[in-house]
Design a protein around this ligand. Structure first.
Ligand SMILES: Cc1ncc(C[n+]2csc(CCOP(=O)(O)OP(=O)(O)O)c2C)c(N)n1
Length: 351
């Protein structure tokens, strides 16, 4: 299911006659590729997320990361494709499955890893952990543990863009489970009414904890969830970074033009359990293996780069080595950093 977007109708879709995305949506073969540098940037970014999270998984296993830790492995193409379609004026907000979004926003891997391991050098001085990191200088607004809570907040960020007239849009990510939250629809209503520049990205990874989408809702056409508010929507193959990038360019442009919000459903898959403590017994190993082998976003891009002779094995290996160095350095930095001073218990506390 995740490999083939169904391309639902929308009440008021962005124009499909112009630009490149409409041609691309007719199939991979007809699609114009982004330039080689852009493809290599996708490769690098996705690989950084993958290796960083593999390392986080190891550190968790060693008892160096405490509390919750939700890995994004498998979903890398979504935030990577979207981020490359954004500008440096745009803001980003997401759920607790947030390490990928942070890294692709340009946050420092060292300080992200330090936060995961509860160190004073982390983004929240070691007091926030995996789900609670922010970087205003990178326009990243969290990291939210309450399911769906980031949706009204992202709508508020979009309101701020419009109020200030700064030309920015807010990419507001949430899961398909969160899409059943009441506050999501209150947000949709306001965003549509005030034509707020918000791109809602539903990362449909098929399971909300252990619950498959069809067991939680009678309405599985998530891209159509804005219909009652006249918000258009579309699906995209969230395992194909080029498809996500093209679609994101098209719909971000629509939002930026002041047409109002848009809902983009990215069909994706998480390889790991819901969080590190989930043995994922609600699905078969074969299901996971099949998707890893046939639809992995990094492997797909690698094959494309090699098949089209846009990169050599050696170049990709060099990138791999560079990424491993960055990740090992981040892990070392984190482990060498001190824990927060006990006096920090009394700082940053809202009374
Ligand atoms: C308001 C609220 N209800 C329940 C939870 C417990 N909970 C944490 S994650 C989750 C599933 C959310 O799934 P989805 O939105 O699809 O995101 P995913 O974890 O798949 O990325 C639930 C029910 C919570 N954190 N907040």
């Amino acid at each position: 299911m995740c490999a083939a977007p169904r391309g639902g109708k929308s009440p008021k879709s962005p124009k499909s006659g112009k630009g490149t995305a409409s041609r691309r949506s007719s199939g991979k073969a007809a699609r114009e590729l982004p330039p080689r540098d852009k493809l290599l940037a996708f490769y690098r970014d996705m690989l950084l997320i993958r290796r960083f999270e593999e390392k986080a998984g190891q550190l968790y296993g060693m008892g160096l990361i405490g509390g919750f830790c939700h890995l994004y492995i498998g979903q890398e193409a979504v935030c990577t494709g979207i981020q490359h379609a954004l500008t440096d004026r745009d803001t980003v907000i997401t759920s607790y499955r947030d390490h990928g979004h942070m890294l692709v926003c340009g946050m420092d891997p060292r300080r992200v890893m330090a936060e995961l391991t509860g160190r004073a050098t982390g983004y929240s001085k070691g007091k926030g952990g995996s789900m609670h990191m922010f970087a205003k200088d990178r326009n990243f607004y969290g990291g939210h543990g309450i399911v769906g809570a980031q949706v009204p907040l992202g709508t508020g960020l979009a309101f701020a863009h419009k109020y200030r007239g700064d030309g920015g849009i807010c990419a507001t990510y949430f899961g398909e489970g969160a899409a059943n939250q009441g506050q999501v629809y209150e947000s949709f209503n306001m965003a549509a009414l005030w034509k707020l520049p918000v791109l809602y990205v539903i990362e449909n990874n098929r399971y909300a904890m252990g619950t498959p989408l069809a067991r939680a809702t009678a309405s599985t056409e998530l891209a159509q969830r804005g219909r009652a508010f006249a918000i258009p929507g579309a699906q995209v193959d969230g395992m194909d970074v080029v498809a996500v990038y093209h679609k994101a360019q098209e719909v971000a442009d629509y939002v930026r033009r002041g047409e109002g919000p848009f809902i983009l459903e990215a069909q994706t898959y998480r390889y790991r359990g819901h969080s590190m403590s989930d043995p994922a017994k609600y699905r078969t190993r074969e299901e996971v293996r099949e998707i890893r082998e046939r639809h992995d976003p990094i492997d797909q891009l690698k094959r494309l780069l090699l098949d089209r002779e846009l990169a050599t094995e050696e170049e990709l290996k060099t990138i791999d080595r560079e990424i491993r160095t960055i990740v090992n350095d981040a892990a070392r930095f984190a482990q060498d950093s001190p824990e927060p001073d006990p006096s920090e218990l009394w700082s940053d506390v809202l009374v």
